[in-house]
Design a protein. Structure first.
Length: 269
């Protein structure tokens, strides 16, 4: 089981964000994937806090942050968090939904972003084509309409092994950690009403190509074709982009191959 320590909080518009912080030096902010929370970065947090100021954030609607009640954008929340914590600029490290937030923030608040590390997506406006991913998304939509929480979690968990492996091929501890975070997100933030989803950043796909800071895309070699393609395209479109592939991992390379992921982030820093 993942420990659930009480996090610090800061107020944001119509809610609050929870975060934890450690270390001194240049700031690195970790942004988690959808339906998870900041604990997904446990393997990287202490390692980088040795010589950086490290902040790991629970996005609104996740972890110990507040459940959305009105329209919001993750990038605006992150900008407000930085203002509250006195962060002038940071390297943003994001996976999946968190990678989309990182790119949104670089587009909307470029002065806040010193560099980007993205994994599992390119922008917050994904372009899904892979039949395997489309099948997962269709199952999500059906189970959500049926209020079938177990079915929704089962579909979500398919991203852990990815399209090329069975769940039994993945370290059971990784599987358990991800499922615990997902179930706690549903328990704490999804009630009887339809959830309030984050608003989009206008034309983010086109605007992302103008990002001028270094961008590292870290790819799990066993991830879906869509997630690999979108991260690669972002790195190829920006002025200073690079790609690293981590073998033996799918959508969560930071959990399956934590030492390799941490080393790649540290080299980028």
């Amino acid at each position: 089981m993942l420990d659930r320590e009480l996090l610090e909080t800061v107020p944001v518009s119509d809610g609050h964000l929870a975060y934890r912080e450690a270390g001194d030096g240049p700031t690195v902010i970790f942004l988690h994937g959808g339906a998870l929370d900041s604990r997904m970065w446990d393997p990287q947090f202490d390692a980088l806090a040795a010589d950086h100021r490290v902040v790991a954030v629970d996005a609104r609607g996740h972890g110990q942050s507040s459940t959305p009640k009105s329209s919001f954008r993750h990038a605006d929340d992150l900008a407000e968090l930085c203002e509250r914590l006195g962060i002038d600029s940071a390297v943003l490290v994001g996976l999946s939904m968190g990678a989309g937030t990182a790119v949104d923030t670089a587009v909307e608040y470029p002065s806040l972003v010193r560099g980007l590390v993205v994994s599992g997506t390119g922008t917050s406006a994904p372009d899904f084509r892979d039949p395997w991913v489309l099948d997962v998304l269709q199952t999500w939509a059906r189970t959500q309409a049926e209020r079938d929480a177990d079915g929704w979690v089962e579909a979500f968990m398919r991203f852990v092994p990815g399209p090329h492996r069975a769940m039994s091929d993945v370290d059971p501890q990784v599987v358990g950690h991800v499922e615990q975070m997902v179930r706690e997100t549903l328990r704490d933030h999804v009630g009887g009403d339809d959830p309030v989803l984050p608003g989009p950043v206008d034309d983010v796909r086109t605007r992302a190509s103008a990002i001028a800071v270094p961008v590292l895309a870290i790819i799990g070699a066993l991830d879906s074709d869509d997630h690999i393609r979108m991260a690669t395209e972002l790195a190829e479109e920006v002025a200073y982009g690079s790609v690293i592939t981590i073998d033996g991992s799918a959508h969560y390379p930071n959990l399956e191959r934590p030492d390799e992921f941490t080393a790649a982030v540290r080299a980028h820093l």
